[in-house]
Design a protein around this ligand. Structure first.
Ligand code: TYD
Length: 246
């Protein structure tokens, strides 16, 4: 929950996971459901989401050899994040909107920290420098075995992280995400990324409902847009609203 002078603000949800976990698809699906419920929703991604961030993304994902050293990676991801937080996330939260971000600070800890060996303490300091005390209200980790995730990646989605990093790197990243989730169980929910997109969508939405104390009345995925929309919680009187009671 983000508080501003005692006033409630929007809700900040991040999606994290190793390669091929389907986060981007789930970000879109979740946004569609929340929008169908009449909520104002912003979907963004890292690295990217701003003009500066998209330019940094090009450098980061397609950097020529020799690859940036891990510290340079951490700084570049953090620069993009600082801009995204100031330009997109904070203003949307201040307007009371629901922000869904495809990757955030936990990716730096998992990839540059657990994966590439940068000290977690330094990365956490960098994170504070970049975004201050902006923290996700809820982080959904879509977890799946490394081989399964890498196999899902299409040729046009291959970045230098898949191209130049071995399976062992991605295994450390996955283990790192799971360790982060275990260390902050109140913020994280881990969902099984091996299911179908529909199954994962239900898990993500279930996590949002139960973990964040959010009560929503939202058309189900199959009936969205029809007059006969079903609801998640018919006992909830506050229709088409988002209530955050943490
Ligand atoms: P992208 O194509 O967006 O991958 P995905 O669809 O899996 O999110 O590329 C983002 C890549 O950047 C991905 O390999 C993870 C990596 N990354 C980091 O190493 N550190 C970070 O802080 C972030 C945000 C991403």
């Amino acid at each position: 929950m983000h508080l501003d002078g005692g006033r409630r603000r929007g809700f900040f949800l991040t999606l994290e996971g190793p390669e091929g976990s389907g986060k981007s698809t789930q970000a879109q699906r979740l946004a569609a459901r929340l929008t169908a419920a009449g909520l104002s929703c912003v979907v963004t991604r890292e690295p990217g989401g701003t003009a500066l961030g998209e330019a940094v993304r090009q450098i980061l994902l397609h950097a020529p050899e020799p690859s940036p050293v891990p510290a340079a990676d951490a700084l570049l991801f953090s620069a993009a994040r600082a801009q995204l937080a100031a330009e997109v996330i904070e203003p949307a939260l201040a307007r009371g909107e629901f922000v869904i971000c495809d990757r955030f600070g936990d990716s730096t800890l998992a990839y540059q920290g657990f994966g590439a060996g940068q000290p977690l303490e330094d990365l956490r300091s960098l994170q504070r420098f970049a975004v201050g005390d902006l923290h996700p209200d809820l982080t959904v980790l879509i977890d799946l075995p490394v081989e399964a995730g890498l196999a899902r990646k299409q040729a046009d989605e291959i970045t230098r992280f898949e191209e130049r990093a071995g399976v062992e790197f991605h295994q450390r990243v996955r283990d790192g995400f799971l360790a982060l989730a275990a260390s902050e169980p109140e913020r994280f929910v881990v969902v099984d990324g091996l299911g179908t997109a529909d199954e994962i969508e239900e898990s993500v939405f279930g996590a949002l409902r139960s973990k964040a104390g959010v009560r929503l009345e939202v058309p189900s995925r199959t009936t969205a847009g029809s007059a006969d929309a079903s609801s998640f919680d018919r006992s909830e009187p506050d229709r088409n609203s988002l209530r955050m009671d943490r």
